[in-house]
Write a protein that binds this ligand. Structure first.
Ligand SMILES: Cc1cc2nc3c(=O)[nH]c(=O)nc-3n(C[C@H](O)[C@H](O)[C@H](O)COP(=O)(O)O)c2cc1C
Ligand code: SF4
Length: 685
């Protein structure tokens, strides 16, 4: 580890007239925190937290839209609206107060959006070619559209300048600007199609318009796919030529390098790699761009640890290194580097729950940092409690570990009891899929933090009520998780095994395997992936209208790949009703009866094994045992919980401790829910 004074990451950088305090930035990403298209309190506080945490520059928005006919596909900011200026001003002022630079990304999404959002305006693109990911049929932009949008880019940039931004970055990978210059999306025969010069005409007009309106004191950059990596698209030679032209014309001050193509999810995953994929896959390419241009070079793509970021700067691959999701996981990375506390940085584990949620649920949340984007109510730095109490946490899964961590930070005396010889709960199961083993970072970081905080963890303890009460706790947190729910089959439940048995390695189904997914989450998809990859002949049956209904688009890609490559048969809209042993002579085979909610049609399968995922049931026996001896009888004051006040329910004055349960011990949800339960409750204990 370098001393702070000579750490390459901590050296200042002059981006034209703007001096950044260090080399770490967060690239523009739309977290969908906007309200009516405005960056209000939640949005602002999210970025200010990174500035407080020491980042050199935070690039805001992600595809802030310059025109109404660029309907916001994922909560994008309305850069076309004058009402945005005061909101931008508040955000830039506060980011600047904490010493970081602040920029924003502008765009017209072109065909990369849907038509049924906001104003229901038709989507425009250089040519009437549909983008697979967003599926809108665009109209071919007319001459008056082009003139209008060129002006709207300049107007939007002027608004951002008025709002105190240090600069703007124009998005040119998969959006309107590069849809014009990529031969894949431009089939025009007018002045905007054909030769490279013609295909660049729109971008040159846009960038010239921005320069003219904002003047030399305002930074303008481009985030572009310098190599689309698709046959017939912009290759590295063409990309570098485009860059050279824009540089020679003085239209840009920096380039933020992208390598790849984003028109469909499998392509997007190569640009924004998820867990199980190599770290920093495009860093060397960014270095190639840096040696070919005089522009400042920025880049972000799965640089999720400090060592790789440091390498990127030390080896001169880039001028500024993006750690974008890494800052969703921990907005205080630089502060911890400076303090020599690198080991305490909460790692980004690449789960990409954050990105998947902007489409699925309309807000980016980090799988294991429940404070991110909830800065108004959830602390990133846990304050000490007014008095130390004795807290016993039962269960060392993600919820229990988080509860113990937060209680430890509060200064309480904490004991964790765990039935297994290790920590991790269901994460340990999930990480048995080699492609998902980075999830263990969620556990390992917390185990490390508990050691630092002096929290005692007792393994191999199957605690009963007397064991817990014997520790004389003031507060008991039951985080005992869940057990796989057995399928409610009409018959033959004893012939099936659960997805957990497969993930845990207790069972390896062979031959012809039927997987009944009546859950739709990772546990089912991941177990099915492991079976498919093991060489079994797999059929997945689900009553849902799509496969893995709870799994987002980015995370779906490796599952789809596994099922495609193994010729897995997918059967939608059908249920397993019953499983029977084949009569004698069936050699242990099973007969599976399949039906559907939509019809009375029935069919059968003959297979060697049936695996079922029907979710999980709360493991709440300890909670129920402890309830009568608690002072609150397990009750939670929900207004106090939501209002950030301590719990003070006293329904049993004879009770000896407060009792709460969190995570799956209440009801089967997910990692984020368990961690949020823990943080929200324990920060006020
Ligand atoms: C929730 C989310 C939204 C994103 N939206 C945008 C966007 O609007 N524009 C953009 O250029 N990149 C966007 N990105 C990509 C990030 O800027 C970045 O390139 C990507 O996360 C890879 O960098 P990282 O590995 O450091 O996170 C988004 C990423 C996330 C996680
Ligand atoms: S959800 Fe996963 S990928 Fe996204 S920031 Fe959190 S740890 Fe990183």
């Amino acid at each position: 580890m370098a001393a702070p004074s000579d750490d390459p990451l901590l050296q200042p950088f002059a981006l034209k007239h703007l001096t950044l305090r260090n080399r770490v930035f967060s690239s523009s990403h739309e977290p969908a925190y906007s309200e009516e298209g405005m960056p209000k309190d939640r949005y602002r506080m999210y970025h200010v937290e990174k500035a407080r945490g020491g980042i050199g520059m935070t690039m805001t928005a992600g595809s802030a839209v310059v025109a109404e006919d660029s309907p916001p596909a994922f909560g994008n900011l309305h850069a076309y609206d004058d009402a945005i200026v005061p909101w931008i001003r508040r955000m830039t002022d506060e980011v600047h107060e904490h010493g970081a630079a602040c920029m924003i990304q502008l765009t017209h999404l072109g065909r990369r959006t849907g038509w049924d959002q906001d104003d229901w305006l038709p989507v425009v693109a250089p040519s009437a070619l549909r983008e697979p990911a967003h599926r809108a049929e665009p109209k071919e932009a007319e001459d008056w559209d082009i003139d209008r949008i060129v002006g709207q880019y300049a107007d939007a940039a002027a608004r951002m300048q008025a709002g105190g931004m240090d600069g703007v970055e124009v998005e040119a990978y998969g959006h309107l600007l590069d849809q014009f210059w990529s031969p894949l999306t431009n089939r025009r025969t007018d002045d905007y199609g054909g030769s490279l010069e013609n295909r660049l005409r729109f971008a040159v007009r846009v960038l010239s318009g921005i320069r003219d309106r904002t003047g030399p004191g305002f930074l303008v950059g481009i985030r572009m796919a310098v190599d689309e990596t698709v046959a017939g698209g912009i290759d590295a030679t063409a990309g570098l030529e485009i860059l050279a032209r824009l540089e020679a014309d003085g239209l840009i001050d920096f380039v933020n390098v992208i390598r790849g193509y984003i028109a469909d999810d499998p392509a997007l995953v190569e640009v924004i790699p998820i867990h199980g994929m190599p770290s920093a896959p495009h860093l060397d390419f960014a270095g190639r761009v840096r040696s070919a241009t005089g522009l400042a070079v920025l880049h972000a793509s799965k640089v999720d640890d400090v060592a790789t970021a440091r390498h990127a700067i030390r080896e001169g691959k880039v001028d500024l290194v993006g750690m974008t999701r890494a800052h969703l996981a921990d907005p205080h990375i630089v502060r911890k580097i400076i303090a020599g506390r690198e080991a305490e940085i909460r790692p980004c584990v690449g789960a990409t729950y954050c990105l998947d949620r902007i489409y699925d649920s309309g807000e980016a949340l980090c799988i294991h940092n429940a404070a991110t984007s909830r800065e108004a109510t959830m602390p990133h730095v846990i304050p000490a409690a007014p008095r130390s109490r004795r807290v016993v946490v039962v269960g060392a899964g993600p919820g229990g570990l988080e509860a113990a961590r937060v209680a430890g930070e509060r200064g309480h005396q904490v004991i964790v009891l765990e039935a297994m010889p290790w920590a991790g709960g269901q994460i340990r199961l999930a990480a048995r899929n080699p492609r998902r083993r980075d999830l263990m970072g969620i556990v390992e970081w917390r185990v490390g933090e508990l050691a630092r905080l002096g929290v005692e963890v007792r393994y191999d303890v199957i605690a009963d009520g007397a064991d817990v009460a014997g520790l004389e706790p003031d507060v008991v947190i039951v985080a005992t998780g869940a057990q796989p729910r057995l399928s409610e089959l009409e018959g033959g439940g004893d012939h099936v095994v659960s997805s957990w048995d497969v993930l845990g390695g207790d069972v390896t189904p062979v031959g012809e395997v039927l997987f009944y997914d009546d859950n739709g989450t990772h546990s089912a998809m991941s177990a099915a992936e492991m079976i498919a990859r093991s060489g079994a002949r797999l059929e997945i049956v689900t009553p849902e209208r799509m496969l893995g209904i709870e799994v987002g688009g980015m995370n779906h890609v490796p599952y789809a790949r596994a099922f495609n490559e193994t010729d897995t048969r997918i059967t939608l809209n059908q249920r397993v009703l019953a499983v029977h042993a084949e009569p004698d002579g069936g050699k242990g085979r099973l007969c599976v009866e399949i039906g559907s909610d939509a019809s009375t049609h029935r069919s059968v399968r003959h297979v060697d094994a049936v695996v079922v995922d029907s979710g999980a049931a709360a493991e709440d026996s300890l909670y129920r045992e402890l309830k009568p001896s608690s002072s609150n009888l397990g009750a939670v004051d929900i207004p106090a919980l939501l209002g950030g006040r301590p719990q003070s329910v006293m329904t049993n004055p004879d009770g000896r401790f407060q009792l709460f349960r969190i995570g799956d011990a209440i009801a089967n949800r997910n990692i984020h829910a368990a961690i949020y339960d823990a943080l929200r409750l324990l920060k006020d204990v």
